[in-house]
Write a protein that binds this ligand. Structure first.
Ligand code: OOG
Ligand code: MG
Length: 263
């Protein structure tokens, strides 16, 4: 039996309430084995509508599962996207509060800011032309699913691809000034390195995450607006957060950014 718009709204509400109440729920496909990827993106969009109706503003998109390390960690095999709102941004050097979240993890990323809209199939060069800047970034993930476990792409997509918060580095540089696929990325927690990788771990080259994102958006008749922030996806597996953690990410040419974790 296929899903209706009403089903999408009900499932979006279930995930929204789980997020707001910091309560875990079963992966949706447990009770709805028929949930397809298009259904999942419709549920995601409905969940974002609930948030914008409460005053949040969409500021960009995140790609997920663009590295082998992440696909292995989550045991899923293809990239997905999610939507970012202004309420999800933690200022660089700011504090992330664990209270109100379920089981957050942090991961090292590269972000882009678009100066021009992008639509459909584009080349690497077109993506570079449209991105005004690249930044170091960290994404804080949280899954609304029990134990951060889900078994299908539709589950994670419906849950806005496990998004929670994100932090952008203060250094913004035109992507063409960087050797984008050869940047060392090192993430430290309380002074000890917990993850490191070359930026090529992200889609072979992080700008290719923007190319892929445009293709995924086009499948749903959507495009990437000018002025968007795009998280290109994590270069490494994600790291579980504990109260008191000081997390720092250093990326060649893009400086260092940090976030403190409070109870
Ligand atoms: C899905 C989101 C993955 C990334 O950067 O790969 C992601 C998850 O890990 O639950 O954001
Ligand atoms: Mg991510």
């Amino acid at each position: 039996m296929s899903m209706t718009e009403r089903n999408h709204q009900e499932l979006a509400r279930l995930l929204d309430e789980a997020r707001l109440g910091a309560r875990e729920v079963s992966p949706l496909t447990r009770a709805h084995a028929e949930l397809s990827l298009p259904d999942a993106y419709a549920i995601q969009a409905e969940g974002i509508r609930l948030r914008t109706a409460r005053g949040e503003r969409v500021v960009g998109l995140k790609m997920g599962l663009t590295s082998e390390a992440k696909r292995k960690q989550m045991n899923l095999d293809s990239p997905v996207y999610g939507v970012l709102t202004d309420r999800m941004q933690v200022p660089a050097g700011g504090v992330f509060k664990l209270q109100g979240t379920i089981h957050p993890k942090i991961e090292p990323e590269i972000a882009f800011r678009t100066a021009r809209a992008l639509r459909g199939r584009i080349t690497r060069e077109e993506a570079l032309d449209a991105c005004a800047s690249a930044m170091a970034a960290m994404e804080i993930l949280d899954s609304r699913y029990t134990d951060f476990k889900y078994f299908s792409l539709p589950d994670v997509v419906a849950d806005n691809s496990s998004s929670s918060m994100f932090v952008l580095g203060a250094t913004e540089r035109p992507p063409r000034e960087l050797d984008l696929a050869r940047l060392n990325m090192s993430m430290e927690v309380n002074g000890a390195q917990v993850q490191s990788a070359l930026s090529s771990a992200i889609s072979g080259d992080p700008i290719l995450s923007v190319v892929q994102l445009c293709e995924l958006l086009a499948e749903r008749g959507e495009s990437l607006p000018a002025g968007s922030i795009v998280l290109a996806g994590a270069a490494t597996a994600a790291h579980m957060l504990q109260p008191g953690d000081q997390v720092r990410l250093t990326v060649d040419g893009l400086g260092t950014l940090s976030v403190s974790v409070a109870q």
